[in-house]
Design a protein around this ligand. Sequence first.
Ligand SMILES: NC(=O)c1ccc[n+]([C@@H]2O[C@H](COP(=O)([O-])OP(=O)(O)OC[C@H]3O[C@@H](n4cnc5c(N)ncnc54)[C@H](O)[C@@H]3O)[C@@H](O)[C@H]2O)c1
Ligand SMILES: [Zn+2]
Ligand SMILES: [Zn+2]
Length: 361
Amino acid sequence: MAHQVRGVVARSKGAPVAVETVLVPDPGPGEALVRVRACGVCHTDLHYREGAINDAFPFLLGHEAAGTVEAVGDGVEGLAAGDTVVIAWRDPCGTCRSCRRGRPWYCFASRNARQRMTLADGTPLSAALGIGAFAELTLVAAGQAVKVDPAARPEAAGLIGCGVMAGFGAAVTTGGVGRGDTVAVFGCGGVGDAAIAGASLAGARRVIAVDVDPRKLEWARRFGATDTIDASATDPVEAIRGLTDGVGADVVIEAVGTPATYRQAFYARDHAGTVVLVGVPNPAALLELPLVEIFGRGGALKSSWYGDCLPSRDFPILIDLYRRGKLDLDGFVSETIGLDDVEAAFARMQRGEVLRSVVVL
Ligand SMILES: NC(=O)c1ccc[n+]([C@@H]2O[C@H](COP(=O)([O-])OP(=O)(O)OC[C@H]3O[C@@H](n4cnc5c(N)ncnc54)[C@H](O)[C@@H]3O)[C@@H](O)[C@H]2O)c1
Ligand SMILES: [Zn+2]
Ligand SMILES: [Zn+2]
């Protein structure tokens, strides 16, 4: 039997999102039905509604969620009704070429629910990142539902499901930030600030926050930025060099996703340093760089998909850091809103007024 719930749907490219009736099937084998408690508004949801991810409209948006398991399908072990979970968009298959080589964070066949959620007329919905959690109930692969300590507030815990994990992992795992490193982070939204928090916890001695919005820079300090640069007023490359004995940062995280900021990140890096691209570029974006500079500067140019995380390993670690007061997840929650407010939250995100708006159900 399908459950009739309210969900936030993007019908076509660029059109405002709206709350619609969504039909959510009961869980089949290997699936879990999750009652969503909270779901953050991530910039990637906006990318979906702008058609910048793919054209598989209509989308059921929302993918940064915490909730409670309502029911599980046949064959599901280690997860039961009533469990508190954070939903992951990666559930490694264990058998693809990457999983078999011991690199499940690059899994090429990550699992999602087999059954589709639909509109009331039966039109299949594409769930954003295989989740679709701006809805009262959502259907996922059981392995996407990662059990966490129920004591964590859902508004805060859900953010680990995407932006916080992506930024934290981009710094700590992909970028390998360690004790004594100098780090620069371009873009201080939810993702960039999580990178700042991760770099600080990993022992970076200097964490330089770069944004074009002074409010974002102020907030970045709360997460551990030691220095801030307003790139709308100063050349950030020169400013970063000025703060690093003229040489640039060891690790530069790009959390905007544009060629201009990537180029700045590239030149703000010390020789043999690392650039990590975690911002998602528009498919039309092109980058031109002198090949000799890529060669001559050495080091590593990396991309970070979801912070190279293993959700079942890393979500509980981040929740523990939160519970111990080391990772300020509450600091990311700028406001709590209802399902009807997602379109307005996109506008507030674009105006830079919020770090995260979180839908509470
Ligand atoms: N790789 C992944 O796995 C992953 C996961 C989640 C999100 N993302 C992506 O990360 C990016 C950031 O997401 P978010 O939710 O933090 O978005 P956001 O909109 O909250 O933050 C982006 C920040 O970049 C700043 N910015 C814009 N132009 C700039 C410039 N020229 N120089 C410096 N800063 C600039 C904005 O002021 C803003 O503070 C998005 O592209 C999102 O899609 C990637
Ligand atoms: Zn795999
Ligand atoms: Zn996201």
